[in-house]
Each structure stands twice: as structure tokens, then as C-alpha cells.
Design a protein around this ligand. Structure first.
Ligand code: TUI
Length: 312
């Protein structure tokens, strides 16, 4: 499975870890990178925290890792500069277009991989110098677009020449193999790495993901223009109720404020926002990053090798 993504990022396996806000720290990123994938530290945090985590990760691993920059974050300008100062080799971006930072990152030799949810943005990103694209289906946890991974990946693959990395609804070797069949050259996973041993998210959050079934996620915030996939709980039901009764965007944004750290850091999975993907029902075991990546690669090889073709 060595390919353009492995060569570009100097990694052993074409497996990226989602840069989950309030969750993806140095421990998880270094764990994934040490296991041969590409770990990512979240850039949705105060600048001092991100700098500390980058420096911690450099002590934990000599392998490359990246920072995920959420473009709606209030600190985005500072984080965009920090990754240059700290010589971070890879940046992924989410929830918007990173066009205005592209020149600065490229001039610092940073590989830039924007997350997109449409063909139009994929094409725009390729033109502005992106090295690869993460095409993320609506099965993902957190901020989501509209198209499913199954529809989005082949359409993006046909529209750009740079490598496409698939995300959304992938948690085992079958998902990896299917992504490659759709033309992707790598995968990004969030939900499965959320329950990794190296992931420091609150144990209550992990337990809720481990117990989740196929139909346990819902999307809240469509009315605010920031749709977010979460595991259903008291907060998501209250959110839905107020959205249906026509609450203002301000009221809904107030309701959502601070709820991700409440779940991820404090462990309040009743009143907090428990972001996770639709594939949570398949994620039933807490394992090390090494075990997860080995299972993804071996599982993908197995289904591809055992596939007998379409003829009898
Ligand atoms: O960014 C994500 N997922 C996230 S960010 C996040 S942090 C958060 N915290 C509290 C409330 C809300 C969010 C949690 N999860 N994924 C990458 C992603 N980007 N998915 C979809 C998109 C996307 C969607 C539309 C990217 C660009 C876009 O259009 C931009 C344009 O200009 O066309």
C-alpha cells in the first residue's frame, strides 16, 4: 500500500488521524505517527497549548506529524503562523477554504491537505497549490458536509490530479479497501482513533463511542449553518427541539458554546457535545494506535486478496 501519499508525507501507511478539536493532542498524534500513519494535533485551541503539544510530540516521536487547522477557530491567524515557526511538516484544514494562508505555508515547505466536502472546493484547492485533498463524507463526526463518502470520493477523484484521501464512515479494513476501490490513495479516521489507548479524551466519552449503535448519531445545527454530527444525548435532543421550534441562530450558538470540552475534557456526556461518526457502531474495542493501524492494513489486504472477482 505504499503510494503517492506515503511518499509525499514520508510515512509507512497511508492512514491519517482526524485532527479532532479538544481531543487530538501530542499523545495521540505521536502514537499514530510512531505506528506508521500520520498523527495530527488539533489547532482548535489557544496558541500556547498548541505550541506545547507540538513540542511534546517532537519529543515523543522522530516521525512526521501535522496540525489540523479549523478555519472557523478564533485563533486561526495565529495558528497559521505558528505552524511555520514550529516547522510543522503537514497542515490539514477544515470547515472552510484555507486559500489566504496557502502561499505562506507553501513558502515554508509545508504540505497542505485541505478537507473538502465538494468537487468545487477540491478543484479550487488544487489550483491554489494543495498537495492532496481529504474528501470527507457526511458520515464523519463533527462539522459535516452533505454528500456521503460513497458519492463524494469518486467525483472528487475524477476532478483533480492530486491524491485524494477518503474520510467519513471508515473504521476497519473493509472501509480502507472500499476507499481505494473508489480511487482514494489514503484514508483519514477520527472515531476509531478516538478510542485508542493513546487518546486522552475523557473515559466517559470513549465509553459512549464504544457502546454506540449504528443509529445513535444525529446532526444538529443545520439551522445555524454549522451542522455537527454527534452521538445523541440530552443536549442533542434539546438542540433539535429548539431548532424545530424556530430558535434564533444566536440562541442555538449559545446552547452549543463550550459543550465539546464539557464532554471531551470534563466527561459530561449528558450535557456535552459528543462528536462521533456514523461508524461508531463498529468501534467496540480500545486498542493501541499500532494495533489499530495493523488491523486496518491487514484487514484491507485480506478483503482485497479474498475477493474472487465478479465472474462465477
Ligand atoms: O472540520 C471538520 N470537522 C470538525 S471541526 C470541529 S470543531 C467545532 N467545534 C464546535 C462546533 C463546531 C465545530 C469539529 N469537527 N471537518 C472538516 C470538514 N470541512 N468537513 C466539512 C468541511 C467543509 C465544509 C464546507 C469544508 C469546506 C466547506 O466549504 C467551504 C467553502 O468555502 O466552500
Amino acid at each position: 500500500m505504499k503510494n503517492r501519499v506515503c511518499e509525499m508525507l514520508n510515512i509507512e501507511h497511508p492512514v491519517l488521524q482526524g485532527g479532532m478539536a479538544w481531543i487530538a493532542d501530542a499523545s495521540l498524534a505521536a502514537g499514530v505517527s510512531e505506528a506508521g500513519g500520520l498523527g495530527l494535533i488539533t489547532g482548535t485551541a489557544p496558541i500556547e497549548w498548541i505550541r506545547d503539544e507540538i513540542r511534546k510530540a517532537k519529543k515523543l516521536t522522530n516521525k512526521p506529524f501535522g496540525v489540523n487547522i479549523m478555519l472557523m477557530s478564533p485563533h486561526v491567524d495565529e495558528v497559521a503562523k505558528l505552524v511555520c515557526d514550529e516547522k510543522v511538516p503537514v497542515v490539514t484544514t477544515g470547515a472552510g477554504s484555507p486559500g489566504k494562508y496557502m502561499e505562506m505555508w507553501k513558502s515554508h515547505g509545508i504540505k497542505v491537505i485541505p478537507v473538502v466536502a465538494s468537487v468545487a472546493l477540491a478543484k479550487r484547492m488544487e489550483k491554489s497549490g494543495a498537495d492532496a485533498i481529504i474528501a470527507e463524507g457526511t458520515e464523519s463526526g463533527g462539522h459535516v458536509g452533505q454528500l456521503t463518502t460513497m458519492s463524494l470520493i469518486p467525483q472528487v477523484v475524477d476532478s483533480v490530479d492530486i491524491p485524494v484521501i477518503a474520510a467519513g464512515g471508515i473504521a476497519d479494513g473493509r472501509g480502507v479497501a472500499a476507499s481505494f476501490m473508489l480511487g482514494a490513495e489514503g484514508v483519514q479516521l477520527g472515531t476509531r482513533f478516538l478510542v485508542a489507548k493513546e487518546c486522552t479524551v475523557h473515559q466517559n466519552y470513549k465509553d459512549k463511542v464504544l457502546k454506540a449503535k449504528d443509529i445513535d448519531t444525529d446532526v444538529t445545527g443545520r439551522a445555524t449553518g454549522h451542522p455537527v454530527r454527534v452521538l445523541k444525548n440530552k443536549l442533542s435532543r434539546e438542540f433539535q427541539k429548539r431548532e424545530k421550534s424556530g430558535a434564533s441562530v444566536d440562541e442555538l450558538e449559545e446552547l452549543g458554546k463550550g459543550t465539546l470540552p464539557l464532554a471531551a475534557v470534563t466527561g459530561d456526556i449528558v450535557n456535552g457535545s459528543v462528536m462521533a461518526g456514523q461508524i461508531a457502531g463498529l468501534v467496540n474495542k480500545e486498542e493501541s494506535c499500532k494495533e489499530i493501524i495493523e488491523d486496518l492494513i491487514n484487514g484491507a489486504k485480506k478483503v482485497i486478496d479474498n475477493f474472487g472477482g465478479l465472474d462465477d
